[in-house]
Design a protein around this ligand. Structure first.
Ligand code: NI
Length: 274
């Protein structure tokens, strides 16, 4: 299914990471850019975003879904996610956001750009009800059978504030292991993970960000976002960048991933989508 859109406005706006940015990322596990796109392009991205988050829902991650409620829930999400929005609007790859984010991520990964695979990920916190994103490490969601070299990018389409759910990071947490996680509310049919035990989070920093800025984080950097308690939406366009993951001889110990795999299979069978 593709949704027809005019091409994004033409721009040659370029942002890149230099030695100072790379050193900050290496030390802290995150990095912030004030701008990776133009006002005109932001308008275009908002139109695309609103169209895609209004598509019919299946209750599963193939469409816009609620990772904070059990798979199969078709109501409008309290916390909404759409993975790979460029499936529906391929022209997203023609944007400055896409090019700049990939350029910066490639520097952070320290590899040749053609080795980097990337995809988008919309995250919506609707006005008033937008749920909390618990503290987590992105790698906790991934296959324990593989090892990853990856970085995440996150761009708000609305100014992100503490009140509407900007990201918080725990600086330096990227140096540690993947911590024990579990499914939100101990329900493996809920996609969202939370920590089993929170470490000392007193050093955590909120990163308010104007629309069109982008933060990057290491897959082990602990991060979090408060619920959206404002009257406006908090729309974010995230991007994931990875090298092809490598199969591990001995899988990592992440039992919550298997629990989640079983739960989604059961829910899909129950929904007649087996
Ligand atoms: Ni995350």
């Amino acid at each position: 299914m593709t949704v027809q859109f005019a091409p994004p406005p033409k721009t040659d706006f370029v942002v890149d990471a230099g030695p100072r940015e790379l050193a900050f990322f290496a030390a802290h596990g995150y990095l912030v850019f004030d701008r990776v796109t133009t006002d005109e392009e932001l308008e275009w991205l908002r139109e695309v975003y609103d169209a895609l988050t209004a598509l019919p829902r299946t209750g599963f991650p193939d469409m816009f879904f609620d990772p904070s409620r059990p798979y199969g829930t078709k109501e409008f999400p309290d916390l909404g996610q759409l993975i790979r929005p460029e499936r529906f609007v391929p022209r997203v790859v023609e944007t400055a956001m896409w090019r700049n984010a990939k350029r910066i991520a490639t520097r952070l990964l320290g590899v040749a750009e053609e080795k980097v695979e990337n995809w988008g990920h919309l995250v919506l916190k609707p006005p008033r009800v937008g749920g909390e994103t618990p503290w987590h490490q992105d790698e906790a969601y991934w296959e324990p059978e593989k090892t990853y070299h990856a970085v995440g990018g996150w761009m708000p389409l609305d100014d992100a504030t503490i009140e509407n759910g900007c990201l918080w990071f725990l600086p330096g947490s990227h140096e540690g292991d993947v911590l024990a996680h579990k499914h939100l509310g101990d329900d493996p049919a809920v996609h969202v993970l939370e920590l089993v035990r929170e470490p000392d989070l007193s050093g955590a920093v909120p990163v308010p960000l104007k629309a069109g800025g982008m933060s990057f984080h290491h897959p082990r950097t602990l991060h979090y976002a408060r619920p959206n308690t404002t009257n406006g939406p908090r729309r974010a366009w995230a991007n994931e960048f990875q090298l092809a993951p490598i199969e591990l001889a001995v899988p990592a110990d992440r039992p919550w991933v298997d629990e989640g795999r079983r739960a989604i299979r059961q829910k899909m069978e129950a929904a007649g989508r087996g």
